[in-house]
Design a protein around this ligand. Structure first.
Ligand code: CA
Length: 240
């Protein structure tokens, strides 16, 4: 596998590179954000091991830039920043894993193996639909350009609907993906959350593009295709 280590510590960088080479990987080393960007522009890496405190910038920003540019490489952050907010901030910027210094090399080596076993990510693309934009990495939703605070459950529900945009999604699919198995399928919690999302995502000029397909489920998409979807159950004689 092709790996990039971004680390400015003159002692640690070469140690990590040597270990990873002994593990059988092809490894490059960059000591600055600028150098890392140059390498990333010309080489496809399976994994980037990223220090956060770099002489010419911050690794968290570099990670966020990679995700914004849809660069799908796996990212393992390697840093002395070990508080809970640091770790959350790093993972939310699009990192796949996080290891705090100091660490024993075998643990880094095992984390690298675990990451490389996972399928390469398809990036963490920002989802867009009409006036709504959802950024999974930044955990942020904007509605007509205005940041709209959502609860964690509302965010998960919108993410699921937008990731299956233009499909009608059944209530039981939603419950499986957004709630846990213990939710009573007869409860109206899905409907309540859909109503809250609609209210939060409507603007003066446009309604939230979430429609109810009676007897089937819900659908995120532009209203033109929603009309088509509504006619489909009627043709099959659905109870309406
Ligand atoms: Ca550093």
């Amino acid at each position: 596998m092709r790996l990039l280590v971004v680390e400015d510590d003159a002692a640690l960088g070469p140690i990590v590179v040597r270990g990873l080479r002994e593990d059988g990987h092809s490894v490059d080393l960059a000591a600055t954000v600028a150098q890392a960007k140059r390498e990333l522009a010309v080489t496809h890496y399976d994994l980037v091991i990223l220090d956060l405190g770099l002489p010419d910038g911050d690794g968290v920003k570099l990670c966020r830039d990679l995700r914004r540019d849809d660069i799908a490489t796996r990212v393992l952050m390697m840093t002395a920043r070990d508080t809970t907010p640091d770790v959350v901030h790093g993972l939310d910027a699009g990192a796949d894993d996080y290891i705090t210094k100091p660490f024993d090399y075998p643990i880094l080596s095992a984390r690298v193996r675990a990451l490389l076993r996972r399928p390469a990510r398809g990036g963490n693309p920002v989802l867009r639909g009409l006036h709504i934009e959802l950024d999974p990495a930044g955990h942020r939703v904007t509605c007509a350009g205005v940041v709209t605070p959502l609860t964690a459950r509302e965010f998960a529900l919108l993410h699921y609907l937008m990731s299956r945009a233009d499909e009608t999604v059944s209530r039981s699919d939603i419950i499986d993906h957004v709630w846990d198995a213990h939710l009573d399928p007869m409860s109206n919690v899905v409907d309540v959350h859909i109503a809250q999302l609609r209210r939060k995502l409507s603007t003066r000029d446009s309604e939230a593009p979430i429609s109810t397909i009676r007897g089937v489920g819900y659908r995120f998409g532009p209203s033109a295709s929603i009309d088509g979807a509504i006619s489909a159950p009627n043709e099959r004689g659905a109870s309406e």
